[in-house]
Design a binder for this molecule. Structure first.
Ligand SMILES: CC(C)=CCC/C(C)=C/CC/C(C)=C/COP(=O)(O)OP(=O)(O)O
Ligand SMILES: [Zn+2]
Length: 425
C-alpha cells in the first residue's frame, strides 16, 4: 500500500477536478461584477450601524435582569457586530453584560457566567455532557432537539473554554457524518435537507474534533460553490432565495475550507482516505498532536492533524493551530460580488443590515452580514491579522472591518485573549 507521502496530488490534478466540476462557475457568472455602481452606495454606513447597535444595547439595558431565551443571543449579535466595527465597549456596559449573562446560568450548569469562575465552568462541562445523546449528537437544552447546531455550540464552547475532551467528542463525528447529504452539504439532522447554517456548523465541528477528513470534502465544495446566486449573495439551500445572513454561514465555510486544502487534495487521489484514517485510532486528550505545537512548520500543522487521525491530539489546541496555519486553497467564491450584495442589498442606509431588500433590519442579520463582509475582506489574505489589501475591500478602504476567527466567529483579537485566558485557568 502507498504511504501518505506518495499520494500528494499535483496542483494540476486539483485544477483539473475543479474545471471538470465547474467549481469556478461563479467567476463566469460575475465576470464583470461589480459594475456601474455609484461609489457612495458601496460605503459602509458605519456611524448609522453603531447608532442602531447601541440603541439595541440601551433597549436591553433596563431589562438586563429579565430572563428570555433570545437575550443572550441578542447580546452576542450586538456585541459581536460592535467588535467587527472596531467599537470598544465601555467598562460599565461590559460589566453589566457579564452580570446579565451570569444571571442567565442555570443552577445545574448551562451557559457560563463571568470569566474565570472555575466552579461555573465545571458545571458547564457537566451540562454539556448531560446534553450528549447516544447517537453522538447533542441536545440544545434539557429535552430539546438534537441537531448539528447543538453539536457546534457544545463543541465550540468547550474548545474555547479549554475543556474539550474525549468524552465530549465521542461519536460526534459519526453524527455529523450521518447528516452529510447526497448533495454534499450538511443537514440539521439525519435525512433532512442540506442547509448553509448547518453546513457551517458541521464543518467547523469536524475541524474542532480533528475529524474533518471523514467528510466528503469534494462533494461539500461542489454543493457550496453553487450556492452563490446571480444576485451575488448566497442562498441557504438549493432553489431558495439568497439572504444576507448566508454571507457568513456559506462564506464562513469557504474560509474554513481554505485551511484544509491538502485534505481535499488527498481525497481527490484517495477518496476513502478519511474513513481509513478514522478507523485507525481515536485521538486522546492531553497528548499533543505532532504538528500542533508551536515549534513545527506552520504550513504543515493542521494538515497533519486532519490527515492522520491516528496521531494523538490535544483538542483544545486545534482552534489555535488552525488559525496560525497558512491557507492553501485558491479562492472558491466571488468575495467581491458578495460584498456588493451585502453593501447594496442587505445594508439599510439608516443603519442595520437585513436579509434582502423589502425586509426589515434586525440584529441577527446585522451580525451575520457584517461577519460575512469581514470574511470577504480577509478571504485572500495570507495572514489573518494583517490589514486586507486595497483590492480585497470593495468600496472605500474605510469599509474595513476587524478579522474574525472563522471557527468561532469571534473577532480574532478577542479570540486570542480568550484562548490565552482559559489556557491558564
Ligand atoms: C450556531 C447557530 C445558531 C447556528 C444556526 C445555523 C442556521 C442559520 C441554521 C438554519 C436553520 C434553518 C433550517 C433555516 C431555514 O429557514 P428558512 O426556510 O426561513 O430559510 P431558507 O429559505 O433560506 O432556507
Ligand atoms: Zn437570513
Amino acid at each position: 500500500m502507498e504511504s501518505e507521502t506518495q499520494v500528494v496530488p499535483t496542483v494540476t490534478e486539483r485544477e483539473q477536478w475543479m474545471v471538470e466540476n465547474d467549481v469556478f462557475h461563479v467567476y463566469n457568472l460575475f465576470a464583470n461584477a461589480p459594475r456601474n455602481v455609484k461609489p457612495q452606495l458601496l460605503k459602509l454606513r458605519r456611524e448609522k450601524h453603531l447608532e442602531y447597535l447601541n440603541g439595541g444595547l440601551r433597549y436591553l439595558g433596563p431589562s438586563f435582569c429579565v430572563l428570555d431565551a433570545n437575550r443572550p443571543w441578542l447580546c452576542y449579535w450586538i456585541l459581536h457586530s460592535l467588535a467587527l466595527l472596531g467599537n470598544p465597549l465601555d467598562a460599565e456596559l461590559e460589566s453589566k453584560t457579564i452580570d446579565f449573562l451570569g444571571r442567565c446560568q442555570d443552577q445545574e450548569g448551562g451557559y457560563g457566567g463571568g470569566p474565570g469562575q472555575a466552579s461555573k465552568i465545571s458545571k458547564l462541562y457537566t451540562f454539556l455532557l448531560r446534553m450528549k445523546h447516544p447517537s453522538g449528537g447533542f441536545r440544545m437544552h434539557d429535552g430539546g432537539e438534537i441537531d448539528v447546531r447543538a453539536c457546534y455550540t457544545a463543541i465550540s464552547v468547550a474548545s474555547i473554554l479549554n475543556i474539550l475532551d474525549d468524552e465530549l467528542v465521542h461519536s460526534v463525528g459519526n453524527y455529523i457524518l450521518s447528516c452529510q447529504t447526497y448533495e454534499g452539504g450538511i443537514a440539521g439532522e439525519p435525512s433532512s435537507e442540506a442547509h448553509g447554517g448547518y453546513t457551517f456548523c458541521g464543518l467547523a465541528t469536524m475541524i474542532l474534533i480533528n475529524e474533518v477528513n471523514r467528510l466528503d470534502l469534494t462533494r461539500l465544495i461542489d454543493w457550496l460553490v453553487f450556492r452563490q446566486g446571480r444576485e451575488c449573495g448566497f442562498q441557504g439551500r438549493t432553489n431558495k432565495l439568497v439572504d444576507g445572513c448566508y454571507s457568513f454561514w456559506q462564506g464562513g465555510s469557504f474560509a474554513l475550507l481554505r485551511r484544509v486544502g491538502s485534505l481535499i487534495d488527498a481525497q481527490l487521489v484517495m477518496p476513502d482516505a478519511g474513513e481509513h484514517c478514522k478507523v485507525s485510532g481515536t485521538p486522546e486528550q492531553g497528548e499533543i498532536l505532532e504538528g500542533t505545537s508551536s515549534q513545527v512548520d506552520k504550513t504543515s500543522q493542521f494538515r497533519q492533524g486532519g490527515l492522520n487521525a491516528a496521531c494523538r491530539v490535544n483538542y483544545n489546541d486545534i482552534g489555535h493551530s488552525f488559525i496560525t496555519t497558512s491557507p492553501l486553497l485558491e479562492p472558491l467564491f466571488n468575495s467581491s460580488a458578495l460584498q456588493q450584495y451585502i453593501l447594496l442589498c442587505s445594508q439599510v442606509q439608516e443603519g442595520g443590515l437585513r436579509d434582502k431588500p423589502g425586509k426589515s433590519r434586525d440584529y441577527y442579520h446585522t451580525c451575520y452580514c457584517l461577519s460575512g463582509l469581514s470574511v470577504c475582506q480577509y478571504y485572500q489574505s495570507e495572514d489573518d491579522e494583517a490589514p486586507p489589501s486595497r483590492s480585497a475591500v470593495l468600496g472605500p478602504y474605510s469599509n474595513q472591518l476587524e478579522p474574525v476567527h472563522p471557527l468561532f466567529n469571534v473577532v480574532l483579537k478577542q479570540y486570542y485573549e480568550a484562548h490565552e485566558f482559559f489556557r491558564r485557568h
